[in-house]
Ligand binder design. Structure first.
Ligand code: KG4
Ligand code: ZN
Length: 370
């Protein structure tokens, strides 16, 4: 079954052709990152507009790279939530138009379920059940994948998502958007043990996550450093040192790679990244141990983080658990994963109506608008 898949939930306009769920014939991604970087984060209005400008070209390229046409494909899969509604509507309406005009079945796919399905593409032998840690810009979930399209949520973040924490701290320390890859790069030169930031435990729910405490701990640390810094001395240093620059939104002075001239920024990045990685790894393997899971997969944009991948891989090896993670291009937003998830939905006989709507919030395992 040849599926044309479309994804436009945030700042990537993407289309792909996927055959029988796991054979990716084309995977086109047009990213808007350079535009949103100018504003320090995704501007929803701009995202919608850029999707409109690009969606047709991206779909055309995905079809032509795969040697297909709208008539030769068998179905259209599209992300219908969760995400930015204005952005989602662009991909959804393009998918509906093609499904209607070419008389093909339409299947709405949950974006998070798409991230989980990304693991199937390169691991041809992977089948449910397994445990999956989904970490993206908007979501952090620990999910037991019971069957294709069937999930049990074991844990979730009670406040910020892991990617959101990366993005917020990156902005404050002047690394800009998107925070995850910027912090990962900066952390390479840093010492992860330089600063200790606490791992928050959510009382009463051992598999849940909380990242707002970590974010506050970093901000408090920066604030106390700011207060320690003598204002006059800082002003003098700034005026005399030609190597300084403002570090960004937080307006923290950056002198020779040091925030306030005292905190090595790469050490802070590495320590912050370690705190997130430790929180994610600890909870995921606690769940695997308690629930007797022998296979664990990683998914979502933050799964592209090398430190997280290494930590999870190492822990899995120690415990004799099989570990899976998509390649970077399939971790961050793409349409191949939507084609894969859509295939298994269609195989179950599911179809979405042409009245399918977009949803900013959409629970994992929700129906496809049938
Ligand atoms: O899955 P995704 O592409 O979009 C959403 O569904 O949200 O995830 C985007 C998030 C952003 O917060 C971004 O900073 C984070 O994933 N991210 C990373 C890395 N690459 C992307 N976080 C840490 N390390 C990375 N290498
Ligand atoms: Zn995503």
């Amino acid at each position: 079954m040849k599926i044309l898949a479309i994804e436009s939930s945030c700042d990537e306009t993407a289309a792909a052709v996927v055959v029988d769920g796991r054979d990716v014939r084309s995977n086109i991604i047009s990213t808007q990152i350079p535009i949103h970087t100018l504003y320090g984060g995704v501007v929803p209005e701009i995202a919608s507009r850029k999707h409109i400008e690009r969606v047709n070209q991206v779909i055309r390229k995905a079809l032509s790279d795969a040697g297909e046409t709208v008539d030769s494909i068998d179905a259209v899969a599209v992300t219908y939530g969760p995400g930015l509604v204005g952005a989602l509507l662009v991909g959804l309406n393009a998918a509906k138009a093609i499904a209607w005009a070419a008389d093909k079945p339409l299947i709405g796919v949950n974006h998070i379920e798409g991230h989980i399905a990304a693991n199937f593409i390169e691991n041809k032998d992977l089948n449910p059940p397994f445990l999956c840690l989904v970490v993206s810009g908007g979501h952090t979930h620990l999910v037991r994948v019971l069957d294709y399209g069937k999930y049990e949520i074991l844990g979730r973040t009670v406040d910020d998502a892991a990617g959101e924490a990366f993005d917020k701290i990156a902005r404050v320390i002047g690394l800009g958007y998107p925070g995850g890859p910027k912090i990962e790069e900066d952390a390479r030169a840093g010492d992860p043990t330089a600063y200790h930031f606490p791992l928050a435990h959510v009382r009463g729910s051992e598999y849940d996550f909380s990242f707002s405490g970590l974010k506050s701990a970093v901000l408090n640390f920066l604030n106390s450093e700011a207060m320690k810094c003598d204002a006059a001395k800082r002003r003098d240093t700034l005026l005399s040192d030609s190597a300084h620059s403002k570090s960004g939104v937080g307006d923290i002075p950056l002198i020779d790679g040091k925030l306030f001239g005292t905190i090595q920024r790469s050490d802070l990045s590495a320590s912050f990244q370690k705190a997130i990685v430790d929180a994610l790894t600890t909870r995921a393997f606690l769940a695997a141990e308690n629930e007797g899971e022998k296979r664990i997969a990683l998914a979502g944009g933050v799964a592209a983080n090398s430190a997280l991948q290494s930590s999870m891989r190492e822990e899995a090896k120690k415990r004799g658990i099989e570990f899976f993670c998509p390649s970077k291009i399939l971790c961050t937003d793409n349409a191949a994963m939507i084609g894969c998830a859509g295939y298994y939905e269609l195989m179950k006989g599911r179809r979405s109506p042409l009245s399918l709507n977009a949803f900013s919030d959409l629970p994992i395992g929700a129906s496809n608008g049938e």
